[in-house]
Design a protein around this ligand. Structure first.
Ligand code: DX5
Ligand code: ZN
Length: 218
């Protein structure tokens, strides 16, 4: 299992000054930033696109961009995000497209790969891809909006993914996203999760160093 990693979600940052929100993360010496990309089709919301990531790079942000594509046609947007400075690109299993080819394309462009499951998608749906990814993201809310309640029923799915990871000596990160705070992260950690996306709870935390320290100690 990887060391616990707090991964703040830019979606909950200040959209009039996203570079300042990213700098808050850098100042805490947290290495990752979760970037939520929404298309208004796969999820009923819009967020930002590759130009936002490129602008953050131009503003000097060096964080590892964990780019979560909530898109019906993610395969059409791999190049723009890789060019914009994404480090890892994760794609959902639910829409119909060439998943394997898309993961190969992400890797060919020099990025790490992730596969994502919605709360109601069973673990078995991503089982054939586990050896090809650097990260598996088990959504703990229905994607589309920040600030929703954690779905506790997902912990058993996390446990299943962790069992496959261990039994097959795989090394992918096991990420959770949605409704994560210190308490819900602990429940996920007990199931085997190691990478914790936190939007609302991170940006609302009044003592961010203490918040980050609680995750580091998980
Ligand atoms: C939800 C996004 C999440 C979101 C999480 O569709 O994928 O990354 O930012 O927000 P919180 O932490 O507020 O649930
Ligand atoms: Zn996300």
């Amino acid at each position: 299992m990887h060391a616990p990693l707090l991964n703040p979600s830019l979606l909950a940052g200040d959209h009039a000054n996203l570079a300042a929100s990213a700098r808050l993360v850098e100042e805490l010496q947290l290495p990752w930033l979760h970037c939520d990309i929404m298309d208004g089709h796969f999820v009923p919301n819009l967020s930002f696109g590759p130009e936002t990531l490129a602008a953050l790079r131009r503003a000097g942000i060096k964080l590892y961009f964990d780019t979560h594509l909530m898109l019906d046609e993610p395969h059409r947007y791999i190049e723009p995000f890789a060019r914009a400075g994404a480090n890892l690109i994760s794609v959902h299993i639910e829409p119909a497209y060439d998943h394997r080819g898309t993961l190969a394309r992400i890797r060919a462009l020099g990025c790490q790969t992730g596969i994502v499951l919605n709360p109601d998608t069973p673990a078995i749906a991503v089982e054939p891809f586990l050896a090809e990814v650097d990260l598996v993201l088990a959504m703990t809310v229905q994607p589309g909006f920040g600030g929703q309640s954690f779905r506790r029923d997902i912990v058993s799915k996390i446990t299943q993914l962790e069992r496959w990871r261990r039994d097959r000596s795989l090394n992918f990160r096991l990420e959770v996203d949605g409704g994560i705070d210190i308490a819900t992260a602990r429940e996920c950690r007990a199931g085997g999760a190691d990478t914790f996306v936190a939007g609302t709870s991170f940006f609302k935390a009044s003592d961010k160093p203490a918040f980050a320290a609680a995750f580091a100690a998980m």
